[in-house]
Design a protein around this ligand. Structure first.
Ligand code: NCD
Length: 320
């Protein structure tokens, strides 16, 4: 038997099956993914059984950066759809011997997997992998660049509580500069018509961030959380990215100015909801009792939505 080189996806097929970023994703595709994820939610959380549409397919999770929620929810999403999953981390794989991300991905691709899910500390790393493998590639977070499935789950969790996002006021607070979550969420929310307040200390909010996205919604930047907090429909607190923060670390007065303390939370409208992508630095960006308040916190609902969002993305990557 002669082994043949796997054929790569043609560029048009790649665009329809890779999921690398929210930036540039057509609005109808974003809406279709959200609608599909919402439909799949009962199956995602185990309340209903769905069709095992991806039976016989193999998904490779290449996670070269630590993760709890994202890796496990991709795994559960694939499992609910009947696909098999192989998991590869940086330790326990040849990455620890110096193999590059691209070489690892090409080797996994050569084994005939049907999709690769990649998490890496390299900004742009998912697109880099997609240029070198034949199968579809899904970005599970690449450095400071994007985390597109997180934006889907954020939008879904918001929609379930707020209905339409058109005209809603959502603040994204914290370490904007180092946050792929903030970038992807901003693209998605602006596309869906929300007004996004970007909030953080000047050192953690890139100049020009207000211009990164365009759509029916808008973006404004403020360094003063207390000046806008009373007016929000939702507030998304970001984790301080200790692993990406400059050596100078985080200012000691960060919590006083930007933390969602119990006192500050009292200034939110009673119906406003609270999001956080996890993992939470309790007592830094958010107080315990605020994070755990079932009336306003949708942090765990976001995690449930994550399984549904990833199911929708896997189905798009591997159409029947
Ligand atoms: C985020 C990530 O890794 O980008 N976590 C996640 O995927 N839920 C956010 C973070 O690490 O702060």
């Amino acid at each position: 038997m002669r082994l043949v080189q796997r054929t790569s996806l043609r560029p048009e097929a790649r665009a329809a099956r890779d999921f690398l970023a929210i930036e540039g994703l057509p609005l109808d595709e974003l809406r279709a993914l959200l609608a599909r994820a919402e439909e799949l939610l009962p199956v995602a959380v185990g309340d209903a059984r769905g069709e095992r549409t991806l039976e016989g397919r193999v998904v490779a999770n290449i996670f070269f950066e630590d993760s709890t929620r994202t890796r496990v929810s991709f795994e559960i999403a694939a499992d609910r759809l009947g696909a098999a999953v192989v998991n590869l981390g940086a330790s326990g794989s040849s990455a620890s011997k110096g193999e590059t991300l691209v070489d690892t991905a090409r080797n996994i691709d050569a084994m005939g997997v049907d999709a690769i899910v990649v998490r890496t500390s390299i900004s742009g790393g998912a697109a880099l992998v997609a240029r070198h493998v034949g199968c579809p590639v899904i970005n599970a977070g690449d450095g400071r660049h994007e985390h597109p499935t997180q934006a889907l789950l954020d939008a879904l969790a918001l929609r379930l509580r707020l209905g339409k996002l058109d005209g809603r006021r959502v603040a994204i607070v914290g370490d904007i500069a180092n946050s792929r979550v903030a970038r992807s969420a901003t693209h998605a929310l602006v596309a869906l018509g929300a007004h996004v307040h970007i909030v953080g200390p000047p050192s953690l909010v890139p100049v020009g961030f207000a211009q990164i996205a365009s759509g029916a919604g808008s973006i404004s930047i403020t360094h003063d959380l207390d000046s806008i907090i009373h007016d929000l429909d939702a507030i998304m607190m970001l984790r301080i990215q200790m692993e990406r923060a400059a050596a100078s670390g985080i200012a000691p007065d960060y919590r006083a100015a930007y933390g969602l303390t119990s006192a500050r939370r009292a200034r939110l409208r009673p119906e406003a909801i609270l999001l956080h992508p996890g993992p939470v630095n309790r007592g830094l960006e958010i107080d315990d009792e605020v994070a755990d308040d079932p009336r306003s916190s949708v942090i765990l609902a976001q995690v449930s939505c994550g399984v549904a969002a990833r199911m929708a993305v896997l189905l798009r990557a591997m159409p029947s």
